[in-house]
Write a protein that binds this ligand. Structure first.
Ligand SMILES: [Zn+2]
Length: 317
């Protein structure tokens, strides 16, 4: 296996379209970003994807083996068709694979972006010899992916590992998916802010955050907690309990070697883990009572691009 092989990786989201040339050591040799401009409609978005792919191909000094696409959508594992992409609805029912292959004469493979972030972390991030891994990304929403016996698991329809929609409270907060009480409605960035504002309106505690009411962010809550603000510590304790319940369900159903947590909110994981661990000890089965296999992601914002490149190399071997 030569280390000189290259792949084009593209991470196509509702806000940004990121593209890169990546080698087999997962080094990003060149990368660019443009806005997706989803509001301009399907044809304009497709044109932008083709332009970005052409630009990335022009950066490569040897012909890349394939293009790997990380799509912000459940993706049919056979056809690459995007199914109800929540933030790129104009591409509903569309697979970018054929247009890219026909126009650029290069093999193209695609999968869900969080699934590919899982693959990227599995192959290049955690650097542990494991077979079964769960990846959770906690940011504006909660998504994820999973590796079973060393391979990504998409499910039959591309909807596997949607951890954000685990029901934590069947009478709970309304979720965008149509259900209520989903994990995402308690642990995503916007959910954390909502819960903090509800708690701040009710608490008798003095908090440095009172002056930020209406303008709270997870970052402000994390930095106040690290400065010893008791109210903020209680917010993270509460969010940690929800996280712990979700982790317990995942551990009890999949028995993974490790759960890797990424996304913007993962930078506050240490603030949540005390109560999360206590929930896991109460709720998860015997193997996890003294050993909670949770770690933070290592690849940051590039995990989707690196996973897309890994998929491209895997499918060409
Ligand atoms: Zn939901």
């Amino acid at each position: 296996m030569s280390l000189s092989r290259l792949a084009i990786a593209m991470d196509i989201g509702g806000t940004n379209l990121r593209y890169a040339v990546v080698n087999e050591s997962a080094t990003i040799l060149a990368k660019g970003v443009t806005e997706t401009f989803e509001f301009e409609g399907k044809e304009a978005v497709i044109r932008r994807i083709l332009d970005a792919a052409r630009t990335a191909l022009s950066w490569a000094d040897t012909k890349p083996v394939a293009i790997g696409l990380a799509l912000a959508s459940p993706v049919d594992p056979v056809t690459g068709v995007m199914q109800m992409p929540p933030n790129i609805l104009s591409l509903q029912g569309y697979s970018p694979i054929k247009d890219l292959q026909d126009n650029l004469d290069i093999p193209v493979v695609a999968a869900n972006d969080a699934t590919l972030a899982a693959l990227g972390e599995y192959k290049y991030g955690i650097k542990k010899s494991v077979s079964n891994m769960v990846y959770l990304t906690i940011s504006t929403g909660v998504g994820g992916g999973q590796i079973i016996d060393g391979k990504i698991y998409n499910g039959s329809r591309g909807f596997a590992a949607e951890w954000g929609h685990l029901t934590l409270d069947f009478e709970g907060h309304q979720c965008n998916c149509g259900s209520n009480g989903c994990f995402e409605t308690y642990c995503s960035g916007p959910a954390i802010v909502r819960i903090a504002e509800e708690m701040l309106a009710e608490t008798a505690l003095k908090s440095s955050l009172n002056k930020h009411l209406g303008k709270l962010t997870p970052q402000k809550l994390a930095s106040a907690a690290r400065d010893g603000d008791q109210f903020s510590i209680e917010v993270w304790d509460k969010i940690g309990r929800y996280l712990g319940v979700a982790l317990s369900v995942i551990l009890n159903t999949l028995d993974p070697d490790v759960i890797v947590i990424g996304g913007g909110v993962s930078s506050a994981l240490d603030l949540m883990m005390k109560t999360a661990e206590s929930e896991v000890k109460t709720r998860a089965l015997y193997p996890y009572t003294n050993n909670i296999p949770v770690t933070t992601a290592k690849l940051g914002d590039d995990s989707g691009l690196i996973g897309a490149a890994a998929l491209a190399f895997d499918n060409i071997n």
